[in-house]
Design a protein around this ligand. Structure first.
Ligand code: 6R9
Length: 665
């Protein structure tokens, strides 16, 4: 059975230079797929006829409400939306209990696979008991409705359980990615004012136990006055230092707690979680989401974009819960929809490069959602690796995190999807909470490399500098023109920064920070960030944050960071630094200083931010107003002819930099 049929000959490769050109391949949905698909073209018509009625219907059919809502959208406090505000509900009840009540307690919620190969099978009934125990334990540790909980865990079931336990008592969680440093963790705990930190002794990564608790100890020691307790999961059995009275073991307080707990119903606008993301300044932004609208759109998109059939599908999203994709498409979307899913702890190449494909074969995964950087890595390793496994169970493939180049798209479909599966390239952000622009499988004729159209219920536009919609074929700035249910409700503790960051560039419209192009058919192609945010392996990093880190090192006088195109990670961090005179005269080999600086950034921010290269330069290119011209440095980092440098205060700087870099060290 073919699920999609190419509308031009398979041998006709897409034109790389003009991926959206008429010669590009398109893939129309197969009649077989369309016939069984959850989504139909009619959804677009329904949504545009009455957007508000459309979302109200989604909220009523996809969620169970303790108190039904009457009001759909209140936009009178723009740019802060209120959705379904007079309704009440509980997120964990929706994600877990109601499936048990409906007689699906025996359905597997999570097939967990640890990196060392240990496994756990968790049904919805198991999950209900475990989440209830954890909720009772959180209560006993003094966490109540409205208190914040920081979560710093590996990808183990306890991460999902803790998030749901927080939701169950109405305590907003703030998950901090386990790869972040103790300083990054400290500032996030502090900004959120978290009362409890949930962590583990460690997790398994690349074949070894990697400790986590020391970072929490360091963060709390450095000053987190709000933290009362640290709850610790034993995962690796490694040694931990223990602070009596503050630290408690999960197995002591959760495993022994009652497995009965009544979920706390909250208002639809009650905060569900805070998640920090990089902005254009050094200080990360605490994006916060509320309950009713967020869950509605997470469930709606998960059901329609991935065509989820909870009775038969085995779904796998490879994201870590430390990112928004893990929140919306590992925890809330799939569990609200009653899906069976895979949670995998480790890296794709441990103990071998076929690990992911082995898991697809072992569990019969039908829907796979991953990032372009992972796809490009697999391309590099060679198609004989996935070729060695039976991937015929797959029926929908998704992509998220950065633009997917047509080459990776077609490889994904051909090698992983057996030339059969629809591909959904899904554009969205931490701020949007859920997918916004994406094809619908069974409906959309897809184009490799394009996220294409706003989902039914979503309104987007591409504008020029004067806020006018661009003509087809032109590029501009991506904006969202109507409020949507899962939109962020703000930046935690900083309403002004929220209004400034997202709503001031184009008055009254949400500016996403991404460039985009409309092709001849009006389909949207994402072009990457237009601000100083880099995208490394689908993770957002701020140039400013890394520059601040470099400058905090005693050897560095000045630093400029750019994201240079990288074949595998999309962008890579390349740093240009001016060393302090005393560092230069200290007589240390430059390579040693470069290494030290790379480590310094990894320690301060996290390994993901470690520069691929640190280039030592005598000067940085600056405009007369003192703004660093990163565009020119990007030319250097990407080995291009350096572009127009006429606005530089000193136009000889670029020659100086290029000459210095060319000279053998
Ligand atoms: C979900 C997530 C958001 C930024 C976003 C954009 C980029 C995400 C994309 C994409 C092109 C896609 N991005 N998905 N670019 N095509 N399908 O990744 O959230 O970590 O907040 O990043 O990622 O630049 O603005 P987040």
């Amino acid at each position: 059975m073919t699920d999609t049929v190419p509308s031009t000959a398979e041998s006709h490769a897409p034109d790389e230079a003009h991926p959206e050109g008429p010669a590009a391949l398109t893939f129309a949905p197969s009649p077989e797929f369309a016939r069984q698909a959850n989504a139909t073209a009619d959804l677009y018509a329904q949504a545009s006829a009455d957007r508000s009625a459309f979302w109200a219907e989604q909220a009523r059919t996809l969620l169970s409400w303790a108190t039904p809502f009457e009001e759909v959208l209140d936009w009178s406090g723009a740019p802060v939306a209120r959705w379904f505000a007079d309704g009440r509900l509980n997120a964990a009840y929706n994600a877990v209990d109601r499936h048990v009540e409906a007689g699906n307690g025996d359905r597997v919620a999570i097939h967990f696979e640890g990196e060392p190969g240990d496994t756990r099978t968790i049904t919805y009934a198991d999950l209900q008991r475990e989440v209830s125990r954890a909720a009772n334990a959180l209560g006993a540790l003094g966490v109540g409705t409205g208190d914040r909980v920081a979560i710093y865990l590996p990808m183990i079931p306890e991460a999902v359980v803790t998030m749901l336990a927080c939701a169950r008592i109405g305590a907003p969680h703030s998950v901090v990615f386990g790869g972040f440093s103790s300083e990054a963790l400290r500032s996030r705990i502090d900004d959120a004012g978290a009362k409890l930190v949930v962590t583990a002794d460690g997790g398994y990564r690349r074949g070894a136990a990697s400790p986590l608790k020391p970072a929490v100890d360091e963060a709390v020691a450095a000053g987190t006055p709000t933290v009362e307790h640290v709850l610790v999961v034993r995962r690796t059995g490694g040694d931990v230092t223990w602070t009596k009275g503050r630290d408690v073991w999960w197995h002591d307080v959760v495993d022994t707690a009652s497995d009965k707990h009544t979920p706390v119903d909250v208002e639809a606008e009650h905060p569900l979680f805070i998640l920090y993301t990089s902005g254009t300044t050094g200080k990360p932004k605490g994006i916060f989401h509320t309950t009713g609208g967020y869950l509605t759109q997470a469930a709606y998109t998960h059901r329609n974009v991935f065509d989820l059939k909870p009775e038969t599908d085995v779904y796998w999203c490879t994201a870590d819960v430390g990112w928004i994709t893990g929140h919306s498409y590992v925890v809330y979307g799939p569990l609200i929809n009653g899906a069976t899913q895979i949670v995998y702890e480790g890296t794709p190449d441990t103990p071998h490069r076929g690990r992911w494909w082995e898991l697809v074969q072992k569990y019969g995964v039908t829907i796979l959602y991953t990032a372009p950087t992972a796809i490009r890595t697999c391309m590099k390793w060679g198609e004989e690796i996935p070729g060695g496994f039976d991937l015929s169970s797959l029926r929908v493939l998704g992509s998220v995190g950065e633009p997917i180049n047509p080459e990776a798209w077609t490889w994904y479909r051909r090698v992983i999807g057996g030339d059969r599966t629809p591909i959904v390239d899904t554009w969205w952000q931490t701020e949007t909470g859920a997918i916004m622009i994406s094809p619908l499988p069974g409906v959309t004729t897809t184009k490799p490399g394009s996220a294409q159209v706003p989902l039914p219920g979503i309104a987007a536009e591409v504008l020029d500098d004067d806020a006018q919609p661009v003509a087809n074929g032109q590029a501009g700035y991506l904006v969202l023109t109507e409020p949507w249910p899962s939109m962020l409700r703000g930046i935690w503790g900083d309403p002004e920064r929220y209004a400034d960051t997202y709503w001031s560039r184009f008055r009254g419209l949400y500016f996403a920070g991404d460039g985009a192009k409309k092709d001849e058919d009006g389909d949207i192609w994402l072009l990457g960030r237009v601000d100083d945010v880099m995208n490394v392996s689908g993770h957002r990093l701020s140039t400013t944050e890394i520059e601040s880190s470099l400058v905090s090192h005693p050897s560095v006088a000045e630093a400029a960071v750019v994201g240079a195109t990288d074949e595998t990670t999309g962008q890579a961090v390349v740093a240009f630094v001016i060393l302090r005179a005393d560092a230069v005269t200290a007589g240390r080999p430059v390579e040693e200083v470069q290494q030290e600086l790379r480590q310094h950034v990894a320690r301060q921010i996290g390994p993901i931010a470690r520069p691929r290269q640190v280039l030592v330069v005598p000067e940085l290119p600056k405009t007369r107003s003192g703004k660093i011209m990163r565009r020119l440095l990007r030319d250097v980092a990407e080995h291009r002819q350096v572009g127009d440098a006429t606005t530089l205060a000193d136009s000889s700087v670029m020659e100086l930099i290029s000459a210095g870099l060319a000279a053998p060290k």
